[in-house]
Structure formats: structure tokens, C-alpha cells
Write a protein that binds this ligand. Structure first.
Ligand code: BEZ
Length: 218
């Protein structure tokens, strides 16, 4: 049996290649490496089916799926429940609220994927996955990780904002300041040489506080 330290040491980190796995989901068997090469993937865990906070979160993912699609991103859920439980919950939520979880949800009853991704954090719960979100880019690299405890739901605006920030940063080779959202100015990477610094100080097209802090409109 793996110790807590071994579990923590094997947790994937930002910049790592997302560990491959095969799993049973509500849309059949999937393998991470089979996901389309040009798409982003947001993979998220929830503690348990038929629980209140999880129902609000999963409904949030379902309702905002079109926005993820606009950002060329697939959704993949996970909990340590059976496919049978997932199907019952999906149908129950649809019946009660009209919201349909139309994305695959991994049935991780052997905890294989949750352990592989550090979603099982034994000091929080030994049997339920915490609320994790992994942002995986088209090269299958982990770009951002969120972990929330069992008793606090995530923020869908922030998940979408972070995804768009990552994609905008990649596309324009810029960085995103505090509270950045689409349409806001972005940070121009700081100069790395004296020559670049002089050029930055002479640049009148950017909003410059000093040579190391400058913003521009995309
Ligand atoms: C919930 O989703 O409401 C929940 C799940 C597990 C533990 C606590 C709350």
C-alpha cells in the first residue's frame, strides 16, 4: 500500500506531462492519450455523486459547456463512484432541474486515476476525491492545477477565466495581470538585456510604469 508521502511525491505538477490512463466513464472507456491533439482538456474531480455542492458544480460545468467548446476545450469529470451511480445521478439531476451532464465522468472506483493525479488527499478524505481541476493543453502538458476542499465549491467564472488567460498567454506570448479578463490589457514580458531595457524605455506604444512593468492592449 502506498504511503501518504509516496502519494504526495507522485502528484503531478504544473509543467509535467499529464500521466496517461485508461478509465471507464459515462461515455464508455477512454484513454487520455486518445484525446484530440489540437484540443485542451479540463479534467475535474468531485467528492461524490448525489451530494449538494457537487450537484451545483457539475451543473455549472454542464451549463457552461458551450463556453468551454468556444475555447476548444473538452470536459472530463471524475469521482470515486460507479458508472451505475453516475448514471443515476445524471438522470436524477436532469429530472429535477433539466440540466444534463453531457460530458464523460470517470467511474474511478479503484481510485487509480485519483491517486495518479493527487486528487485523493487522505488528510481531507480517505475515500472521496477533493475538488481538483487540471488544465491540460493540446501537447498534454499540465498547465494549471486547482485544489478545493470538500466543503467549498469552485468558481466557474474563474475556471473559464484561467483557461482563457492560459490560451491568450500562449497565443500572444504575454502574461496576465491580477484579475485579467478578456479585453483587458496584458503584461509585456520584461526585458532580459540592457539593449531590450533601453528599447522598452523608448517604446511609446505601451503603458509603462517602469522598464519591468509594462502593459499593452492586444
Ligand atoms: C457536497 O458535494 O455537498 C459534499 C460532498 C462531500 C462532502 C461534503 C460535501
Amino acid at each position: 500500500m502506498e504511503t501518504l508521502n509516496e502519494t504526495l511525491n507522485s502528484m503531478p505538477r504544473i509543467g509535467d506531462t499529464a500521466p496517461d490512463f485508461e478509465a471507464l466513464t459515462t461515455k464508455g472507456r477512454i484513454r487520455l492519450s486518445d484525446y484530440a491533439k489540437e484540443k485542451w482538456l479540463v479534467m475535474f474531480s468531485h467528492p461524490a455523486d448525489f451530494t449538494p455542492v457537487c450537484t451545483t458544480e457539475m451543473s455549472g460545468f454542464a451549463q457552461r459547456k458551450p463556453e468551454f467548446e468556444t475555447l476548444n476545450t473538452e470536459l472530463l469529470g471524475l469521482s470515486i463512484d460507479s458508472v451505475h451511480a453516475h448514471l443515476g445521478w445524471v438522470n436524477n439531476v436532469r429530472k429535477n432541474t433539466g440540466v444534463y451532464f453531457d460530458f464523460p465522468i470517470i467511474a474511478d472506483i479503484d481510485m487509480k486515476v485519483s491517486k495518479l493525479y493527487g486528487m485523493l488527499q487522505p488528510n481531507e478524505s480517505e475515500t472521496a476525491a477533493v475538488r481538483a481541476v487540471f488544465f491540460i493543453d493540446p501537447l498534454k502538458k499540465i498547465r494549471l492545477i486547482m485544489y478545493y476542499p470538500l466543503n467549498v465549491g469552485r468558481n466557474m467564472d474563474e475556471i473559464l477565466r484561467a483557461l482563457e488567460a492560459l490560451q491568450t498567454s500562449d497565443k500572444h506570448k504575454v502574461a496576465m495581470p491580477l484579475d485579467w479578463k478578456k479585453g483587458d490589457k496584458v503584461i509585456v514580458p520584461p526585458p532580459k538585456t540592457l539593449e531590450e531595457m533601453e528599447a522598452r524605455l523608448a517604446d511609446t506604444a505601451i503603458e509603462r510604469t517602469d522598464f519591468y512593468l509594462a502593459k499593452k492592449q492586444l
